[in-house]
Design a protein around this ligand. Structure first.
Ligand code: FES
Ligand SMILES: [Fe+2]
Length: 431
C-alpha cells in the first residue's frame, strides 16, 4: 500500500493531449479500450418486469438490451444488420430478439436464428448463417445488469462485500448527467468538497448564515488493490476516527464506495455519464431476518425546468451541479491543482500507467479473475460494525448519520412513493 500525505508537489495543469487521452471513451481510443476491460452496470434487473426491450448507449455505442421470454438477457447492436431498423422497437421471442421490420431473429450470442422469408423461399442458401449481429455479454448481479464490451475472456463481475450482505433494503438509482465521466470520477477522490459543496452550501441553500461545518485539517490518499482510499481529519476529530483510520474508497475504475452505497459513473459517450447508485439500508435488528423480495430501480431528475437550473436539494444532485458546471469535457489545461488534489493526480497517473499495462498485454488494475477471491471481495468500510452487525431501531433513531436516512432518501431527489413505502415497510416504520 502506498501512502501519500501532502507535500506541495503538484502540477499546475494537464496538457490538452493528456486531457483528451483520459476523457475519450469510444472503442478506437486508448481509454475506451481500457474501460472496456471492466463490467459496467447499465440497468436494474427490475426494469425488465414491465418492459422487455430497452435502448441503451454505452461508451459511444448504441445498443439494445433485452430479456427474452425464457429470461435470458441479451445486449446487441441497436441497428438490425438487414437494413438497419431500430431493434429497440423489436420484440422478444422464447429465445432472442426479433426485428419488427422483416422479422429477423437474433440470439444473445449474435447468431441470426431466423430470416422468415429467406428460410421459406431459399432455405438452401442458409443466408441466416452468414449474418451476425454485434453482441456483448450481459449478466445480472446484485439487482443490476452488467455489460462487458471488452476482449475475451471477460474477467469476473466483482462480488463486492456489500452484495453479500443480508438484512438490508437495497435500491438502485439512476441519473443522466450531461458531462464526461472522468470529471465525475475525480469527485470520488475529492474529500474536501464534502465540507463545502455538501455541508456549507446546504446550510446556505437553506438560507442560513452559518456556522460553517468543521474544517478539514489533514488529508491522505492510499492506493490499494481495488482503488484509492482517502482519509480525512476535520476539526474536532482525532486520528482514532474511522474516517482517518479507515477512510472511504475511490473504487476502480469508475465508482465511489462509502460503505453503505456505491456510485458508478458509467460513460455513455464522451459528453454524457450515467450515474448508477446501489444503496443499502440495513434494517433494524428487530426486523431480522429480513429478505428483500425485489430490488427497485428508479431514475431521478437533474434539471428543474421551472427555474431553468440544475437541482441542488440532495447530496448527489449537488455533485452533479459541480460536474456539469466544470464543462461538458472540462478543460484541464486551465486548472490550478492544489495539495487537496493529490488523490486526483494519483488517479490520473494510475490510468496512464494502466494504458501502458494493457498495451503490454497485462490486465489493468482491479481486474478479478479468481473465483475464489470473488466469493466476497472485502473493502475498507469505516462504519463496518454498524453495517455488518446492525442496530436496534432505537439505536438507529439516535444515530446522527442513520436517523435522517430512515424515512428519507438523502442522496438524490425524485424517489417514487412506492419505493419510499417499500423501504419504510422494510424498516418496520409507518409511512
Ligand atoms: S431491417 Fe431488420 S429484419 Fe429487415
Ligand atoms: Fe459529493
Amino acid at each position: 500500500m502506498v501512502a501519500v500525505e501532502f507535500r506541495r508537489k503538484t502540477k499546475a495543469m494537464l496538457e490538452a493531449s493528456k486531457n483528451q487521452l483520459l476523457t475519450q471513451v469510444s472503442g478506437d481510443t486508448p481509454m475506451g479500450a481500457l474501460l472496456r476491460r471492466y463490467w459496467m452496470p447499465i440497468a436494474a434487473v427490475s426494469e425488465f418486469e414491465s418492459e422487455s426491450v430497452k435502448a441503451v448507449r454505452l461508451m459511444g455505442e448504441d445498443l439494445t438490451l433485452y430479456r427474452d421470454r425464457r429470461g435470458t438477457f441479451g445486449l446487441v447492436d441497436r441497428r438490425c444488420p438487414h437494413r438497419s431498423a431500430d431493434l429497440s422497437y423489436g420484440f422478444v421471442e422464447q429465445c432472442g430478439l426479433r426485428c419488427n421490420y422483416h422479422g429477423w431473429l437474433f440470439d444473445h450470442d449474435g447468431r441470426c436464428l431466423e430470416q422468415p422469408y429467406e428460410d421459406v423461399a431459399h432455405p438452401e442458401a442458409c443466408f441466416r448463417d452468414k449474418v451476425r449481429i454485434k453482441a456483448y455479454p450481459v449478466q445480472a448481479q446484485a439487482g443490476l445488469l452488467w455489460a462487458y464490451l471488452g476482449p475475451g475472456p471477460a474477467p469476473l463481475i466483482p462480488n463486492w462485500e456489500p452484495f453479500t450482505w443480508k438484512n438490508g433494503f437495497v435500491q438502485i438509482v439512476f441519473a443522466d448527467v450531461p458531462c464526461n465521466w472522468f470529471q465525475c470520477q475525480e469527485n470520488s477522490v475529492d474529500p474536501l468538497h464534502f465540507e463545502w459543496m455538501h455541508m456549507n452550501w446546504s446550510t446556505r441553500l437553506k438560507d442560513k448564515g452559518g456556522p460553517y461545518s468543521p474544517r478539514h485539517l489533514r488529508l491522505a490518499f492510499d492506493e490499494f488493490e481495488y482503488g484509492i482510499v482517502y482519509r480525512r481529519i476535520r476539526e474536532g476529530m482525532s486520528e482514532e476516527d474511522p474516517l482517518w483510520r479507515v477512510g472511504r474508497v475511490c473504487l476502480w475504475p469508475n465508482a465511489l464506495f462509502t460503505g453503505d452505497h456505491f456510485e458508478w459513473r458509467v460513460p455513455i459517450d464522451d459528453q454524457n455519464t450515467l450515474s448508477v447508485t446501489w444503496c443499502f439500508n440495513r434494517v433494524p435488528k428487530e426486523r431480522e431476518p429480513y429478505v428483500q423480495e425485489r430490488i427497485p430501480g428508479w431514475r431521478g431528475p437533474v434539471f428543474d425546468a421551472e427555474t431553468g437550473r440544475w437541482i441542488s436539494s440532495h447530496v448527489m444532485n449537488q455533485d452533479f451541479v459541480a460536474w456539469i458546471g466544470q464543462g461538458t469535457i472540462t478543460d484541464r489545461t486551465r486548472e490550478h491543482l492544489a495539495t487537496s488534489d493529490a488523490g486526483i493526480i494519483m488517479m490520473r497517473q494510475r490510468f496512464l500507467k494502466d494504458l501502458e499495462a494493457i498495451a503490454r498485454g497485462e490486465d489493468p488494475k482491479a481486474t478479478i479473475r479468481d473465483s475464489e477471491v470473488n466469493r466476497c471481495v472485502s473493502l475498507p468500510i469505516a462504519e463496518r460494525k454498524r453495517l455488518v452487525e446492525g442496530m436496534t431501531l432505537d439505536e438507529m433513531l439516535r444515530h446522527p448519520m442513520v436517523a435522517g436516512q430512515l424515512s428519507d432518501y438523502i442522496f438524490q431527489t425524485g424517489q417514487p412513493p412506492e419505493v419510499r413505502k417499500a423501504c419504510a415497510e422494510a424498516m418496520g416504520l409507518p409511512l
